[in-house]
Design a binder for this molecule. Structure first.
Ligand code: ZN
Length: 519
């Protein structure tokens, strides 16, 4: 598969001077505002009382407006120009990478009128409220006018940003998450990936997965589960002097500032896998954030390369470590040590089997490692159609159900289990979903390369040792921040362009034996 990014992105020239120092100071101030906005959002999802919703929306919108104004500021553009004109050519210098990314962000902000940014922020807030109300009432008609408004504004945003002649609106929206990616490239990936996943799924249907009786352990409270989750994050290498772990409904990880990374996970008394899955995933995000180079704090060199690569770190720890047989063996012992008899007969084999069961279902967030990507492919096709106008917001439920019938062989029971299950579109996040699948591709390719160099890591994981893997990732990925585009960084780390093969090898290698299909 072709690389998604040019191999040698052109970088402007720069030599550190007065303008450059002033520019760095401006970037640090922008980072302060960004961290403040993230803190407001973290607080909203972890601590804030329900009554705070309205004032918080106003506070967040005001900071978002300030951020946009400062990124679009003509004075920032002039300073950038002065820096670009003053230096000697050095494409690999820190200054070159910082200027290139700052130029990209400035150009995007400059093309968006402040009025549109505000309209979009308001429509997203209304969209989110309508989505929540429509879900509670299980009534799509309460949601679709707000969704139609969001789609219209997102389209206008894409028009302001402009896309290349043979491209489409989706291409400029994905820039925000995965710079350099295009709808055509994503479609090519799914065109080859989904038939192969379906092929494996068909094979597994002919196999047999035995889940031991220990899966039916007694309920475990959040208070009981929490110390174990914290312990696992610590063993992975998450530094609690520079981060914390809290409970929420929709798990996420955020960095308030360098030295302050917040993990949030979800607990379910009847399902230990929920906390284990979200903990291993979010810790992967957190390790990346903690591994970014402090010397460059406040600049793009201390930022993740892309959302897809960020997701890649999360999925590597969630799926390649946390869902491995070796981790299950170690974890079963730790479960008994922390929770004693409360875990009943839950042993390593049962834990491994229950965390790797493949079963197509209606919900993306509860999907297994294989069918997950069929959910993503569906969303990608639908959001492309919403943006190019071939699908209207009102027609979404019907189109959704049709896609689920043909892609997953499933009939969602209602729109809450169907087209209203995800928050993304209600708040204007179009182009986001494929990052999840690209994350899995990055994860599989990085993990395969790490094992090729370090040797099989299973004996490390069985002993609760994750240091070698962490150091490999820190060296190959994390310390580079946003110095290279994600696809280039992945290729440098693994020696090959991003491909679907490592993910397919990983899934077949784990699932075939688990389903007694080993040939
Ligand atoms: Zn994630």
């Amino acid at each position: 598969m072709a690389s998604l990014m040019p191999e040698h992105p052109s970088k402007p020239h720069a030599a550190p001077g007065h303008d450059y120092q002033a520019l760095l100071e401006q970037l640090r101030q922008l980072e302060l505002l960004t961290g403040t906005l993230r803190l407001l959002r973290w607080d909203q999802q972890v601590c804030m009382p329900a009554g705070g919703t309205r004032p918080r929306a106003g506070q967040a919108a005001e900071i978002a407006r300030l951020l946009h104004t400062r990124w679009a500021d003509p004075a920032l553009g002039e300073r950038l120009e002065a820096c670009e004109a003053s230096g000697t050519i050095d494409v690999d210098s820190d200054a070159g990478a910082i200027l290139s990314e700052t130029r990209r962000r400035h150009e995007r902000a400059r093309r968006l009128p402040a009025t549109l940014v505000i309209e979009l922020a308001e429509a997203s807030s209304t969209g989110f409220d309508a989505w929540r109300a429509a879900r509670e009432a299980n009534d799509f008609t309460l949601f679709h006018p707000a969704l139609a408004r969001v789609v219209e504004l997102v389209r206008r945003k894409a028009e302001c940003l402009g896309w290349p002649e043979r491209g489409e609106a989706w291409d400029v929206l994905v820039e925000e998450y995965e710079p350099g990616c295009t709808a055509e490239a994503v479609a090519t990936v799914f065109d080859t990936l989904t038939p192969r996943l379906n092929g494996l799924l068909d094979e597994l249907r002919g196999g047999r997965l035995a889940i031991g009786a220990g899966a039916a352990h007694p309920p475990l409270s959040e208070t009981a589960q929490h110390p174990l989750m914290r312990h696992i994050a610590e063993c992975f290498g998450f530094d609690f002097t520079r981060g914390r772990l809290d409970a929420t409904i929709h798990p996420f990880c955020t960095r308030i500032g360098h030295g302050d990374v917040r993990l949030t996970i979800a607990y379910r008394p009847d399902d230990l896998g929920r906390a284990l899955g979200s903990l291993t995933h979010e810790t992967g995000h957190g390790l990346y954030e903690q591994g970014l180079p402090e010397a460059h704090a406040g600049t793009p060199l201390c930022q993740p390369a892309s959302l897809g690569l960020h997701e890649g770190q999360a999925r590597l720890w969630e799926n390649h470590v946390g869902r491995s047989r070796a981790f299950s063996a170690w974890c079963a012992g730790e479960l008994r040590r922390f929770l004693g008899r409360a875990v009943g007969d839950l042993d390593a084999a049962t834990l491994f089997a229950m965390r790797n069961e493949v079963a197509p279902g209606p919900l993306r967030t509860e999907a297994d490692e294989l069918t997950y990507h069929l959910h993503v492919a569906t969303r990608f096709e639908l959001e492309r159609a919403l943006l190019d106008g071939t699908l209207s917001a009102a027609e979404l439920p019907e189109a959704w159900d049709e896609h689920y019938r043909s892609h997953l062989g499933i009939e969602p029971s209602d729109d809450v289990q169907g087209c209203m299950q995800d928050v993304h579109w209600s708040v204007g996040m179009f182009g986001y979903f494929p990052s999840y699948t690209f994350g899995s591709l990055y994860a599989a390719q990085l993990f395969e390369a790490a094992e090729a160099e370090l040797g099989e890591l299973a004996s490390d994981f069985e002993a609760g040792r994750f240091c070698a893997l962490r150091q490999w990732l820190a060296e190959r990925v994390w310390r580079h921040g946003r110095r290279y585009p994600a696809a280039v960084l992945c290729e440098r780390a693994t020696g090959a362009p991003l491909s679907i093969e490592p993910l397919l090898r990983h899934l077949a290698g784990k699932l075939r034996p688990l389903y007694r299909l080993e040939r």
